[in-house]
Write a protein that binds this ligand. Structure first.
Ligand code: TNX
Length: 544
């Protein structure tokens, strides 16, 4: 009997060893740059404390944030104490701003979890924040829940992580014009972005179907422009068009915007405002008809698609838009201000004697050069105020403004051309990053704009086009996923379209290229979706 017994013990040992190595790696999303698993675990308990350095305001704020995200589900007190973060502390989570972590960059961090505690070190507060996000993911998924969970043991596996992002722009666009999204919805988006270590949320604030930001100098923009009489029911392709007969609208007051900016800042998310020009402007023209080309009183648009009604290019209109930007700059600290620039049909400009005279007066060749002149005026205005203009890739047409950054949406060509010309670029191609596209068989999915963009395809995207040299590739700031909301009215539907595709984007923009593997991601995602479940996020189930 002895040999059998011996073999059994050996097998048990081998199994234990195997579970410690491969099986015991935590399922983090996005995957960190490097991770080394050690034996053991650190259990949080009634006496665990959070420790940060004396007198460091920003770290103290992060300690409070950490406490606020761990307390609801764990029910533990986790008091925050000031202390000496350099000396080892028993049964504590230590947050240390540490110049020695400089090699990990502005957003990087090191996390050491040992049996007696966790230490997160970074040279900047953003790094500490991302270390905190990793720590949350190291705990059982129930930690994302809002109510005390009696049955879970709050253990952190012992390990060492060194981590930093691959790109500085890890973004999402939220279209609040086509369907207005209340402040609370935007805040939840910000929280979910942050838990994926994403750092940019572009708010598409104006379009044909609604103007969503209070501008003090021009109150009609929201009095008139924030409301439409009804909304197209069904798809734009269907004929005849039918409408829902319900008034829709809403806007953010300047106080709302300040509140959202502060909320985002506390989570290291930069809110990038987008004010569309010269196209996608019908809501503004409905409010102030002299901004258009026909003088006609237009309604706020009730259906989708590219539109001929665009701003004129009078000096008065340019100054109007600069006034708008002036208030926008005062509200948003973002270094980048997005001026749209996409899909501005030139039919009205071609037909307008005033526009044709303007083209002549300015010595320009055609309507494309006029658009380029228009955008240049905004570029100068923003640059003089210490901000940077960013626009959709159509701003390349007719000549790109000196300081402009390009957001490449119609494939990668615009981004490639801009990077080769020495401009910074954010990649946002429809073919990989339009999360308003279908993610499965259209017959089994809610109505969407079209396209076919399953999770696996998103994951295969690489923001650096093969065509670029290493020097040119440095102009690629990162990538952004788009949530256009023509066909998305409800917050749950918005989440359904965003997740888990955004989880893939988080990994595309954070994790080193060579570490990315779809099969491995898909496996980690199963755990990760439990986190979203606990956080009350309505993600789409994975396909078999
Ligand atoms: C194109 S992307 C647009 C948006 C639409 C979107 C729908 C871009 C710059 N313009 O106005 O909402 O397609 O997918």
């Amino acid at each position: 009997m002895k040999p059998v017994y011996f073999c059994g013990a050996l097998c048990a040992l081998a199994m234990a060893a195997a579970s410690l190595s491969a099986a015991a790696m935590p399922d983090l999303v996005p995957l960190p740059m490097s991770m080394e698993r050690h034996q053991g675990r650190f259990p949080l308990n009634e006496n665990t404390r959070i420790i940060c350095a004396e007198g460091q305001k920003e770290t103290a704020r992060l300690a409070d944030y950490l406490q606020s995200v761990l307390q609801p589900a764990t029910g533990l007190p986790l008091p925050v104490d000031a202390g000496d973060v350099a000396t080892a502390t028993d049964n504590a989570i230590v947050l240390a701003l540490d110049a020695a972590a400089k090699s990990l960059g502005e957003e990087g961090y090191r996390l050491d979890a040992a049996r007696d505690g966790v230490r997160i070190a970074a040279c900047r507060p953003a790094g500490l924040f991302y270390g905190i996000q990793t720590l949350r993911q190291l705990l059982p998924e129930a930690v994302y829940g809002g109510k005390k969970d009696e049955h879970t043991r709050w253990n952190v596996p012992c390990l060492r992580i060194e981590d930093r992002p691959r790109f500085v722009w890890r973004g999402m666009l939220l279209d609040v014009s086509r369907h207005f999204m209340p402040k609370e919805v935007v805040k939840k988006c910000i929280d979910t972005l942050a838990l994926h270590k994403m750092n940019t949320l572009q708010l598409h604030l104006t379009d044909d179907q609604g103007w969503r930001i209070e501008i003090k100098k021009y109150p009609k923009l929201t009095e008139v422009g924030a409301w439409r009489e009804e909304t197209l029911a069904g798809h734009l392709r269907e004929t005849p068009m039918t409408f829902d007969g319900r008034r829709h609208g809403g806007f953010y007051t300047q106080d709302d915007i300040r509140e959202l900016v502060a909320y985002a800042q506390a989570r290291f998310v930069n809110l990038v405002p987008e004010i569309e020009m010269p196209g996608h402007a019908q809501a503004a023209i409905a409010a102030y008809p002299h901004l258009g080309n026909t003088g006609e009183q237009l309604p706020v648009r009730t259906f989708w698609g590219v539109n001929e009604n665009i701003f004129n290019a009078d000096e008065e209109t340019i100054l109007f838009l600069q006034d708008v930007l002036s208030e926008v700059i005062d509200l948003f600290p973002s270094p980048f201000i997005h001026i749209g620039g996409d899909e501005a049909r030139k039919t009205q400009w071609e037909a307008s004697p005033a526009i044709q005279a303007r083209i002549k007066e300015l010595g320009l060749k055609d309507e494309h050069e006029l658009q380029s002149y228009f955008i240049r005026r905004m570029d100068t205005y923003l640059t003089e105020r210490g901000r940077r203009l960013i626009g959709w890739d159509e701003i390349l047409e007719g000549g790109l403004a000196e300081g402009a950054t390009v957001m490449s949406w119609r494939g990668e060509a615009g981004g490639i051309a801009a990077a080769q010309a020495g401009h910074d670029v954010v990649m946002a191609p429809t073919s990989y990053l339009y999360f308003d596209y279908y993610q499965g068989n259209p017959e089994e999915e809610p109505l969407a704009i079209g396209g076919n963009l399953p999770l696996r395809r998103v994951y295969t995207y690489d923001p650096i086009p093969k065509e670029l040299t290493p020097a040119e590739a440095r102009h690629i700031l990162g990538a952004q996923g788009q949530l256009w909301t023509e066909y998305i009215a409800a917050p749950e539907h918005l989440e359904y379209m965003a997740y888990p595709r955004m989880c893939a984007l988080a990994e595309i923009t954070w994790t080193p290229r060579e570490k990315r593997d779809y099969t491995d991601f898909r496996k980690r995602l199963e755990t990760h979706l439990n986190r979203l479940e606990a956080a009350g996020v309505n993600y789409r189930e994975l396909d078999e």
